[in-house]
Design a protein around this ligand. Structure first.
Ligand code: FES
Ligand code: FES
Length: 78
Protein backbone atom coordinates (compact mmCIF):
# COMPACT_ATOMS: atom_id res chain seq x y z
CA UNK A 1 0.00 0.00 0.00
CA UNK A 2 1.59 3.33 -0.89
CA UNK A 3 -1.47 5.49 -0.34
CA UNK A 4 -3.83 5.33 2.61
CA UNK A 5 -7.47 4.48 2.03
CA UNK A 6 -9.85 7.43 2.25
CA UNK A 7 -11.92 6.20 5.18
CA UNK A 8 -14.28 9.17 5.26
CA UNK A 9 -14.89 12.40 3.34
CA UNK A 10 -15.17 14.34 6.58
CA UNK A 11 -13.34 14.44 9.93
CA UNK A 12 -14.41 12.57 13.05
CA UNK A 13 -15.27 14.82 15.98
CA UNK A 14 -14.20 13.10 19.20
CA UNK A 15 -14.44 14.24 22.81
CA UNK A 16 -11.01 13.53 24.31
CA UNK A 17 -10.00 13.43 27.94
CA UNK A 18 -6.89 15.08 29.41
CA UNK A 19 -4.12 12.57 30.05
CA UNK A 20 -5.43 9.94 27.63
CA UNK A 21 -3.56 8.72 24.56
CA UNK A 22 -5.36 8.02 21.27
CA UNK A 23 -3.99 6.09 18.30
CA UNK A 24 -5.21 7.48 15.00
CA UNK A 25 -5.49 5.14 12.02
CA UNK A 26 -3.14 6.38 9.29
CA UNK A 27 -3.81 3.60 6.76
CA UNK A 28 -7.57 4.03 6.53
CA UNK A 29 -8.33 0.33 6.87
CA UNK A 30 -9.46 0.28 10.49
CA UNK A 31 -13.09 -0.62 11.11
CA UNK A 32 -13.08 1.51 14.26
CA UNK A 33 -12.36 4.88 12.62
CA UNK A 34 -10.74 7.22 13.35
CA UNK A 35 -8.71 4.89 15.56
CA UNK A 36 -6.32 2.05 14.79
CA UNK A 37 -7.64 -1.51 15.13
CA UNK A 38 -4.44 -3.26 13.98
CA UNK A 39 -5.53 -3.61 10.34
CA UNK A 40 -2.40 -1.73 9.18
CA UNK A 41 -0.38 -4.92 9.65
CA UNK A 42 1.76 -5.45 6.49
CA UNK A 43 0.69 -2.12 4.91
CA UNK A 44 3.77 -0.10 5.87
CA UNK A 45 1.58 2.34 7.81
CA UNK A 46 1.62 2.88 11.55
CA UNK A 47 -0.86 4.62 13.81
CA UNK A 48 -0.15 8.16 15.02
CA UNK A 49 -0.39 8.84 18.72
CA UNK A 50 -2.34 11.82 20.04
CA UNK A 51 -1.89 12.80 23.68
CA UNK A 52 -4.78 14.86 24.97
CA UNK A 53 -3.54 17.65 27.24
CA UNK A 54 -7.02 18.92 28.07
CA UNK A 55 -10.64 17.81 27.95
CA UNK A 56 -11.67 18.92 24.50
CA UNK A 57 -13.44 18.02 21.28
CA UNK A 58 -10.97 17.44 18.46
CA UNK A 59 -11.43 16.57 14.81
CA UNK A 60 -9.43 13.58 13.66
CA UNK A 61 -8.77 13.32 9.93
CA UNK A 62 -10.98 10.77 8.17
CA UNK A 63 -9.71 11.25 4.61
CA UNK A 64 -6.12 10.45 5.70
CA UNK A 65 -4.76 13.25 3.48
CA UNK A 66 -4.13 15.79 6.24
CA UNK A 67 -0.68 17.38 6.51
CA UNK A 68 -1.31 17.82 10.24
CA UNK A 69 -1.72 14.19 11.39
CA UNK A 70 -3.74 13.11 13.20
CA UNK A 71 -5.98 16.15 13.01
CA UNK A 72 -8.06 17.46 10.11
CA UNK A 73 -6.47 20.41 8.30
CA UNK A 74 -9.21 20.89 5.72
CA UNK A 75 -7.46 18.81 3.03
CA UNK A 76 -10.56 16.62 2.72
CA UNK A 77 -12.07 19.43 0.64
CA UNK A 78 -9.39 19.09 -2.06
FE1 FES B 1 -4.84 1.93 10.25
FE2 FES B 1 -3.67 0.81 12.38
S1 FES B 1 -5.48 0.19 11.38
S2 FES B 1 -3.02 2.52 11.26
FE1 FES C 1 -8.81 14.65 6.37
FE2 FES C 1 -10.18 16.82 6.97
S1 FES C 1 -10.83 14.80 7.11
S2 FES C 1 -8.17 16.69 6.24
Amino acid sequence: MDKPKRASDTPFGVVVKAGNAYFWCACGLSETQPFCDGSHKDTGFSPVRFDATEDDKVFFCGCKATANQPLCDGSHNN
